[in-house]
Design a protein around this ligand. Structure first.
Ligand code: HH2
Length: 273
């Protein structure tokens, strides 16, 4: 299938709703672990204005160990099967075996937090399906990434990484116009790193690809507001970060609370028009 460029398919601001089919996600673990609950949640997020719904069967929260492909598929396959054709779908996975099944069931985007470093077969699967791809920056791996994230200059290092992974994707046969880039808020980053990435988002949009930002509920928002031990952030702070990111050039906002983000972004869009 020949897809239109991702910039046309998802014009800014597009909201990507999150459905975690996991027992342990950092903000909503267990809430939609049963397939029926996950399907109902995805349908609701779509009705609330999500342009696409990102379904994940493995938590990548700080400290998590991960699951094997069989377990991940057991969680997500029934959900994707029920939704395929009805709700535009993204699969949040780093595994080729999971992506292959998801793409066969009509999923249009592969969201890989390892940026094609986790599974050597994933690039080929995405290329063959002609699917959209999101490449995410992560320093380290989920188990240890928040122990002591260190950069000389977080923004230039993230930009260089994403540029290199984009080249790798294109060399692997993935059309550049199908790829979007994500600095990976919270993936091996301090509070200051995360905000610096948004402050200087123009250095990431300069790479010429749509930028995805997933700040929703992340602990940096709770820490910013005065709780050094926060593991999550509030909805209001999430909306504020998303609107600011959109204003600085982000195209897709990955969020848990879709209605609130869609409403806020509609107002922001009108102001910027
Ligand atoms: N964040 C999470 C998971 N996947 N994908 C992209 N592209 N960008 C992100 O910022 C991002 C992501 C973490 O959030 P969540 O899925 O709610 O949590 P968990 O990984 O614990 O399931």
């Amino acid at each position: 299938m020949v897809r239109q460029p991702i910039a046309q398919r998802f014009p800014p601001p597009s909201v990507m709703g999150v459905v975690n089919v996991t027992p342990d996600s950092f903000s909503d673990g267990g809430v939609t672990l049963e397939p029926e609950a996950a399907v109902a949640s995805a349908q609701r997020l779509r009705a609330e204005g999500a342009a696409i719904v990102d379904v994940g069967g493995e938590s990548t929260r700080p400290g998590s160990a991960g699951v094997d492909a069989d377990e991940e598929l057991r969680r997500v396959e029934p959900v994707l099967q029920a939704l395929g054709g009805e709700v535009p779908l993204s699969i949040d996975t780093c595994k080729a075996a999971v992506a292959r099944v998801a793409l066969d069931l009509g999923t249009e985007l592969v969201n890989d937090v390892t940026a094609l470093r986790g599974d050597p077969e994933l690039a080929g699967v995405v290329a063959e399906a002609g699917a959209y791809l999101c490449l995410v920056h992560m320093q380290g791996e989920p188990r240890t990434m928040q122990v002591d994230p260190t950069y000389e200059d977080v923004v230039s290092e993230v930009a260089a990484f994403l540029e290199e992974r984009l080249s790798y994707a294109v060399e692997s046969g993935i059309r550049e116009e199908l790829v979007c880039l994500d600095p990976g808020i919270g993936f091996g980053k301090t509070v200051e790193h995360n905000f610096e990435l948004l402050r200087r988002l123009d250095e990431l949009t300069a790479l010429g690809r749509p930028v995805v930002i997933g700040f929703s509920r992340k602990s940096s928002l709770g820490k910013l507001l005065g709780d050094p031990r926060a593991t999550t952030g509030s909805m209001a702070a999430s909306v504020g970060a998303a609107v600011a990111a959109y204003e600085r050039g982000a195209t897709i906002l990955r969020v848990h609370d879709v209605r609130e983000h869609v409403e806020a972004l509609a107002a922001a869009q009108e102001v910027l028009a």
